[in-house]
Design a protein around this ligand. Sequence first.
Ligand code: CAO
Length: 422
Amino acid sequence: MKALEGVRILDFTHVQSGPTCTQLMAWFGAEVIKVERPGIGDITRGQLRDLPDVDSLYFTMLNANKKSITLDTKNEDGKRILERLVKSCDVLVENFAPGALDRMGFSWERIQELNPRMIYASVKGFGPGPYEDCKVYENVAQCTGGSASTTGFEDGPPLVTGAQIGDSGTGLNLALGIVTALFQRERSGRGQRVQAAMQDGVLNLARVKLRDQQRLQHGPLKEYPQYPDGVFTDECPRAGNASGGGQPGWAVKTKGGGPNDYIYAIIQPPGWAEYMKLCGREDLIDDPDWATPEARLHKLDKCFGIIEKWTMTKNKFEVMDILNKVNIPCGPILSMKELAAEPSLRATGTIVEVDHPTRGKYLTVGNPIKLSDSPTEVARSPLLGEHTLEILSDVLAYSEEEIKSIRQSGAVGKIAEPVAAE
Ligand code: CAO
């Protein structure tokens, strides 16, 4: 049995943030019914395509283990079918532009009327306030949530990160909100509204930078590369590759000279002596100008310069091996190519190969959360409308006659031909 077996989700999500959430719920065992516009579907099916006329990797990697029904929710019959879905599901998840679901006629009040046990979960770009009506994509959230202003080097522009902290990060928050609401419903018998704003999600992940913003009032940020010679203003600056935690760190070069021939090295106080032995600088182990974290704080660039001179004589995996043997935390900069080929990630199901009827085999990132009693099996994403008939008859209990009339009304568009099982 899977953890969320018996939970049925009306998945009205698209693009990345919402689909991340519902994919996780499906991996935990929920039945996820993705509602898509007839003929078009989730816009990402056709975005960033690598193969003609085949669902993109963008789509297939965010919609595993789901069922797809096509439904025109602006069609009168379509609205009635949606009402029936609302009554038959436990959770509705959506990430439309603000107000879109209300414009369809499905306000929170209406949903409560239809199904008081319904949990109605939404991702929006912003919470209530001046920007609440704005549409938002990933990088907008990174910029408005404090990540971009604190990422990058002091002399460069603000930077966005490749990790989709606004979309996938907020999807994770929403999933937690839904599971928490399901837990509360066990006792209260009532559904509730779950809202996760992308700006809030990014700011939550950038929490340490709001910490540093306040520390600035009491002096310079001594672990930042601007210290001691640079200028601090009244705004938390970009810190390059400096560690956000209490132990200094930096990405130092390793042998090879390639763009990812680096290792992130951290200097914990007990690691200093080990580093200096490896670097052939035993003289600095007990030297009072170097021996303590306080003594090193104003010359971290020099400390990492000494370490880098040594790391450049080895490749990043050799450095990883040597430093871990002496208990020094560090991590090679791994490229996507290296991660895709990493056997241990395949073994744990963090990277999974999936077969798809029109695409063939592809890699995806599996469930990053492992439950001992509810293991995840990643199944391919659905084709557009693949489960329309199944959902109309098995979930919504429409008769054959009714389904014929629904098909004629245009509410579900053209039904896809059944796909041969893999
Ligand atoms: N049948 C009929 N109409 C449908 C439908 C269906 N099955 N599914 C969607 N639609 C309609 C919506 O009702 C909406 O119509 P109206 O504008 O007339 O109300 C329309 O399709 C477009 O929906 P949208 O506004 O959500 O889509 P968009 O491409 O204009 O905007 C996005 C996309 C992501 C910017 C916006 O949805 C958004 O801001 N979402 C919230 C934040 C978010 O999740 N962003 C992350 C995106 S991933 O980077």
